[in-house]
Design a protein. Structure first.
Lengths: 153, 933
């Protein structure tokens, strides 16, 4: 990876930036398996409401989670920009439904700031922290929290 | 070596040691059986114990080391011919091996275990017949790995390095940490033979020589990749078919390779059943000793392969069955001798492939299962009624042992009666997709036959469709499929309380719509609601759903008329003993699917057993029939289900039921008329009634209908004078008459437990309770006769000789009616309670009986079966048989024709019945005269 910053403490890492409702979210690509348009969802009735269904990812059954629901927003409406961000968490592949994927950027891990109070209050531990990117604030998702608490919506 | 590595090494050692000990058990048993000492086996045992000892020494597990050393001494003495393999010595070795296994399970605490008892026993054995061989081996190679590299000076000179380990990934790892001489083999001493990897000679040959350990996760991954490859191959073939210019040869080759690859990968999951069977040598030996029985065990088909998950799960049910055979089946030697059987009982354990399934048999030549005892037990436990038992075949009775709550052992014994019954075996096997069957002959033995699928990873399923989605139902839990034509829906599917039930051959099966079972949102309101049962939306399932607007809309939908324009599909499934039907929109394919687990976020969705990928890449959820069934029985629905069961009981007792029309005359007295007798109902206005010569007539459509008033004959209040009234029209003496009532209340299905005394009077059969109200059951024919002053009908041609009629009817009420009016008509009557009774009477009075009247719904033997059997008897081939029923149906009539019923009539239609009796008797006379002439 190229050193683009002058500082010694610069810890660069690539992150995907995507939109989930009114939030701009980021996820370091080290935790991303792939991003695709595989949205042939098979609904699973009786599943928690944040589960949109399951997909066939090359022979694997992958649960797809509606990130908007997870962040306390209205369900995602699937449009042309909608993407499935496949992450591997706890030895299981899970798909995260996002409204659109904007970019892959380099983020200095050291520059991740604590989640602002208003966000933290709303969403608890959903975010690891935030990074300013241009005019926007990218909220880095905390997968551990998002994918661990099974059962709650 | 750091601690981590140490721990890892210890694990490797323990794993290996367990493997050695597993093999030892079988080998020791084999030694015991053989007259001549098999040195090869003995050496193998020796090597196993020796490696255990060496490893234990290395890890400082002194207790394990000490015990294995003592064992080694005994084995060494045997090898030298100083000691024979007696049951005594083998028994001691087996017990010691068990102790080793136990210590191995908890190595850190093994040091505290007192092994002196085992050691002294072994020492006694070893010393009893000569000096123990060199004890110098103890602790000789404390620093070498499993003593593999120690140039053991032991005179016995075993092949120190078990060859089997060298191919083992982890074993190699272990040796890499050891000395470089790990692969050197000390030359085997004279009596020791090298194990030959190519020919595992003993039956127990743990042929790890040609295998490696692969993590099961890798195999699963390979499996799913192969599955994916198959799908891609299919797509390739399809596109090739569409476009002939592509490379046909390559496509074909890929096709072949893919198929082979899939087969090969599938086979990696297979394991031979011998792994399980071997354990039984010991089980049978020990158990026979405990029980004081002599048993010879034969094992066949150890090489038969099954999916490893099945092999793992089959052990417990098999153990239970084997224990049962030994405990209850095979008799004590003294008893066997007294019955002229060989002292030694035979137990055969076998496996074979048949039609894509594996069949495992457990056969003994013991006492067999006595159906009489099973019957008694079933009665005592209330599993069956006497009537049910009478109707059951012997094999069906024996199968009762698989019912929950059944156990044939008179007392709980240590061996097999430990609270777990055969029902557990049965349900465990069902879970594996297996079926167990039993055949038994008293005195000669029992055969248990288990059929199992080859694999659980690929299961045959039925694909069903609901709301445009596909779901898979495992064939193993599927009982039958029904497609109910639109016109039969109303008749076959009923609602009792809140529960929908399907009538299947007289039995009622609770029904649930798949959409409701899964609480699917009803979002596609417009497409297909015609074929939906209106009722089902009112079931307990719906109530739990939030009253969405969609549901409300449906309720008020204009096309909700209760008529069903399309057929209803039902898959009847069994979850243990609970049978229920799942209603689906479409029954699709039957296919083999690969089961894939669902992710953690879906683990609370217990309606599903997993998911699968269909041929076109779509996904289908696999239904967990047991879980859905449990919910159908759960608290919310308990009440509803109880109602359904009650209703089911009532309906199964339909032989004692009839459909009645409830009418009112004065506004406060309820009366009932058997619906079957009514031709039609006419509504009239008072002005249309004409009074002529004291008789009232209703003129309508240019005809006149004589009207009868109930109060003229029966002591009830006169008909309320209103502007309108109803005439219940029926036939009497070849003409139509109308019974005047003021109101029609309802049509009900009622029991016939009739009070025939309290309201006894002309024109009344008796009284019954309808919703707590006393209701008079009217004898409308008597009312007509009384009104017109007519005598009771007699057969037109008063019989020249007395004719005898056999009446077969289980309901007392109907039987008495039939007997009564036939006697009144001048016939002699013989009455039977049910079909079996009827056949007996028929046989006794074969010459006298001229005609039979039978009910259809009867216990033990119903009217259809009664007729069928009767027709098989040459004497009764032309005997007129009239069925009387309260329910007429197309289906029943067809069935009646098939079994040879002469005619179908409605119960209580006295006129018509007598008329037809007379007609058939006449026909019969003519036929006889004609054939006599």
């Amino acid at each position: 990876m190229n050193q683009t910053g002058p500082s010694n403490s610069f810890v660069p890492a690539q992150a995907a930036v995507f939109r989930v409702g009114r939030y701009v979210c980021g996820l370091f690509i080290s935790s991303i398996q792939e991003i695709n348009k595989n949205l042939t969802l098979t609904p699973v009735h009786e599943a928690p409401d944040y589960v949109r269904g399951i997909i066939n990812l090359r022979g694997n059954i992958v649960t797809v989670i509606d990130l908007r629901r997870k962040l306390g927003l209205a369900p995602t409406t699937i449009e042309t920009g909608t993407r499935n961000v496949i992450v591997k968490h706890d030895r299981e592949m899970v798909g995260l439904l996002v409204d659109s994927v904007d970019d892959i950027v380099e983020i200095d891990r050291a520059s991740v700031l604590p989640t602002p109070a208003h966000l933290a209050k709303e969403l608890g531990d959903a975010f690891e922290g935030v990074v300013p990117l241009g005019s926007e604030i990218v909220a880095i998702l905390q997968l551990r929290h998002l994918l661990n608490d099974v059962g709650s919506g | 070596m750091n601690d981590n590595e140490d721990a890892e090494l210890l694990q490797v050692f323990l794993e290996e040691a367990r493997e050695h000990l597993d093999g030892i058990e079988g080998d020791l048993l084999q030694l015991e059986l053989q007259d001549d000492l098999d040195l090869e086996i003995l050496n193998k045992i020796f090597r196993g114990v020796h490696s255990v000892k060496g490893g234990a020494g290395f890890f400082g597990l002194d207790a394990i080391k000490g015990l294995s050393h003592a064992m080694e001494n005994v084995l060494g003495a045997m090898r030298k011919g100083q000691l024979r393999a007696t049951p005594d010595s083998i028994g001691a070795l087996l017990r010691s091996a068990d102790a080793l296994v136990q210590m191995m399970d908890n190595p850190s605490e093994s040091a505290e275990r007192d092994i002196s008892g085992f050691v002294s026993e072994l020492e006694r054995i070893a010393s009893g017949l000569g000096p123990a061989p060199s004890p110098a081996l103890i602790g000789q190679a404390p620093s070498a790995m499993t003593a593999v590299s120690s140039p053991t000076p032991a005179p016995t000179g075993a092949a120190e390095l078990p060859l089997s380990n060298t191919r083992d990934g982890r074993a190699l790892n272990l040796q890499a940490n050891s000395t470089s001489s790990a692969f050197e083999e000390t030359s085997p001493g004279p009596p020791a033979a090298k194990p030959n990897p190519a020919t595992p000679t003993t039956a127990n040959g743990t042929s790890t020589e040609s295998s490696i350990r692969v993590h099961i996760g890798i195999l699963d991954r390979l499996m799913s990749l192969a599955g994916e490859l198959v799908l891609t191959r299919n797509q390739l073939i399809q596109s090739h078919e569409a476009d002939s210019t592509s490379n046909a040869e390559a496509t074909q080759r890929i096709d072949h390779i893919t198929t082979e690859l899939q087969d090969a990968i599938m086979s990696t999951r297979m394991q031979s059943i011998g792994v399980v069977f071997q354990k039984f040598r010991r089980v049978v030996r020990d158990l026979a000793n405990t029980l004081g029985k002599e048993v010879e065990l034969t094992i066949e088909g150890e090489e038969v392969e099954l999916d490893r998950s099945i092999v793992e799960a089959i052990g417990d049910p098999l153990t239970h069955l084997v224990r049962n055979s030994l405990d209850h089946g095979i008799e004590r030697p003294s008893i066997r001798e007294s019955q002229n059987k060989p002292r030694c009982g035979k137990l055969r354990l076998s496996a074979l492939h048949k039609a894509g399934q594996v069949i495992i048999e457990i056969a003994d030549d013991g006492a067999g299962i006595d159906p009489a005892k099973v019957k008694a037990k079933a009665l005592e436990k209330g599993l069956c009624s006497k009537e049910q038992l009478l109707a059951m075949s012997e094999s069906a009775i024996i199968k009762l042992i698989f019912r929950p709550g059944f156990s044939t052992a008179p007392e709980v014994t240590e061996v097999s009666g430990r609270g777990v019954g055969m029902d557990v075996v049965h349900s465990n096997l069902s879970r594996l997709g297996g079926v167990v069957d039993v055949q038994s002959n008293v005195g000669s033995g029992t055969l248990m036959r288990i059929k199992l699928p080859l694999t659980l990873a690929i299961i045959p399923c039925l694909l069903v469709g609901e709301e445009g989605e596909s779901f898979a139902i495992p064939q193993a839990s599927l009982v039958e499929l029904h497609r109910i034509p639109a016109r039969e829906v109303k008749h076959r599917i009923k609602k009792f309380g809140d529960v929908l039930v399907l009538r299947v051959r007289g039995e009622l099966v609770p029904l649930i719509r798949l959409r409701n079972a899964l609480r699917m949102p009803m979002n596609t309101y417009s497409t297909d609601n015609d074929d939906r049962l209106e009722d089902e939306r009112e079931t307990g399932y719906d109530r739990r759903q939030e009253p969405s607007t969609a549901v409300e809309n449906r309720r008020d939908a204009p096309d909700r008329r209760g008529s069903h324009r399309s057929a209803v599909n039902v898959a009847v499934v069994a979850a243990g003993d609970f049978r229920y039907g799942i209603m689906v929109e479409a029954l699709q394919d039957s296919l083999e699917i690969v089961v894939k687990p669902l992710g953690r976020h879906l683990r609370h969705c217990d309606s599903y057993a997993g998911a699968t990928i269909l041929g076109d890449g779509r996904l289908a959820l696999i239904l967990d029939v047991a879980a859905i069934g449990r919910r159908l029985q759960s608290a919310d629905n308990n009440e509803a289900l109880a109602t359904a069961k009650l209703a089911a009981q009532r309906v199964t007792d339909s032989r004692d039921r009839m459909t009645l029309m409830l009418v009112e005359n004065s506004g406060h007295e309820l009366m009932a008329v058997p619906l079957g007798l009514i031709e039609r109902i006419e509504q009239f206005t008072r002005s249309a009634i004409q009074q002529v010569g004291g008789k009232r007539t209703l003129t309508y459509r240019g005809r006149s209908l004589p009207l009868l008033a109930i109060e003229d004959v029966v002591g009830v209040a006169p008909c309320r004078e209103g502007a309108r009234g109803y005439a219940v029209v029926y036939r009497c003496h070849e003409r139509e008459v109308g019974l005047v009532v003021s109101d029609l209340i309802d049509i009900i299905d009622s029991a016939t437990d009739l009070d025939e005394l309290t309201h006894r009077q002309p024109g009344v059969f008796g009284s019954l309770l309808v919703d707590g109200k006393v209701t008079l059951l009217l004898d409308i024919h008597a009312i007509a006769r009384n009104s017109f002053g007519l005598p009771a009908p007699t057969p037109p041609e008063a019989a020249k000789r007395t004719r005898t009629i056999l009446v077969v009817e289980d309901s007392q009420f109907f039987r008495e009616r039939l007997v009564e009016f036939n006697r009144d008509a001048g016939y002699a009557v013989v009455a039977a309670m049910d079909g079996i009774n009827g056949l007996e009477l028929l046989d006794q009075h074969a010459e006298e009986i001229d005609l039979v009247i039978t009910d259809i719904e009867m216990p033990r033997l119903d009217g259809f079966e009664f007729t069928r059997r009767l027709r098989q008897d040459q004497r009764f081939r032309d005997l007129p048989v009239i069925a009387v029923t309260s329910l007429m149906g197309e289906e029943a009539e067809q069935r009646g024709q098939q079994v040879g019923l002469t005619e179908y009539l409605v119960k209580l239609d006295r006129e018509r019945i007598l008329e037809r009796i007379s007609y058939h008797l006449h026909q019969r006379d003519e036929k006889r005269q004609w054939s006599a002439a």
